[in-house]
Design a protein around this ligand. Structure first.
Ligand code: HEC
Length: 215
């Protein structure tokens, strides 16, 4: 009986001895190593449907658009325009079409995606809905996994495909992409040049052909 009572007490004493109070060590000294080792981690990036709007309000870079949810658009533009590629800074938003986006989180979000999060979006005149989001398991409307393709880009391009970076091609030509950007239902309407109108018709025919297979 006595042993049963004593044992927890002994353990308790041992536990407190392992971390003895140090009345004579200044508190600041005890706390210092921790403060040096771990600078405050940045607040995780908050991304919601309100983070996305008219694609043409972003900054155009060659065929695509970029933004930065943390306000650091200069750093994002610098990465996008670096002749030999660069790591995009946290907060970067990259879009080729209104329906898809890549957003860069802070380091540590997901090493497998270089900290990118992939989004499939539904752009409506009234706003944006997020259909699917995530790191490794986001699949586009044609059944392709975003990461599988984008990870094929040479490392120096930070998973940005464009053309010639090493990704499998998509059936969207540059003129089609331009036409899709110029008909984003969240943007003011603009007149499409004839080649972009033709590209849209081609795209609709392609979608129509793809539909029965998908069902
Ligand atoms: C079949 C491969 C493939 C799949 C699957 C794919 N992409 Fe892409 N993506 C590309 C290629 C190739 C380009 C470049 C097109 C161009 O510039 O002509 C591209 C362009 C982009 C861009 C513009 C920046 C860049 O990398 O050039 C974004 C953003 C993007 N895709 C997001 C996504 C998202 C989000 C998904 C999933 C919902 C996805 N992609 C699925 C191949 C793919």
């Amino acid at each position: 009986m006595l042993r049963k009572l004593l044992l927890p007490l002994v353990m308790l004493a041992a536990a407190s001895c392992a971390n003895p109070p140090t009345p004579d060590a200044p508190a600041a000294l005890a706390a210092a190593p921790q403060a040096v080792a771990a600078p405050a981690a940045p607040k995780p990036l908050q991304i919601s449907e309100a983070s996305f709007s008219c694609i043409r309000d972003l900054k155009p870079v060659r065929g695509f658009y970029v933004g930065n949810l943390l306000g650091d658009i200069d750093a994002t533009l610098a990465a996008a325009n670096a002749p030999n590629g660069a790591k995009y800074p946290p907060g970067s938003v990259v879009q080729l079409v209104p329906g898809e986006a890549m957003v860069k989180h802070h380091p540590g979000y997901n090493a497998a995606t270089n900290d990118w999060e992939f989004f499939e979006l539904d752009a409506q005149p009234t706003g944006t809905k997020i259909r699917v989001r995530g790191a490794t398991d986001v699949v586009n409307q044609f059944g392709g996994n975003c990461l599988t393709c984008h990870a094929q880009a040479e490392a120096k391009w930070d998973m940005i495909c464009e053309q010639g970076h090493g990704c499998a091609p998509i059936p969207v030509t540059p003129v089609m992409a331009r036409a899709i950007q110029n008909t984003d239902p969240r943007c003011p309407k603009i007149e499409l040049p004839a080649d972009q109108q033709a590209a849209l018709r081609q795209l609709m025919a392609f979608r129509g052909a793809a539909q029965p297979q998908a069902q």
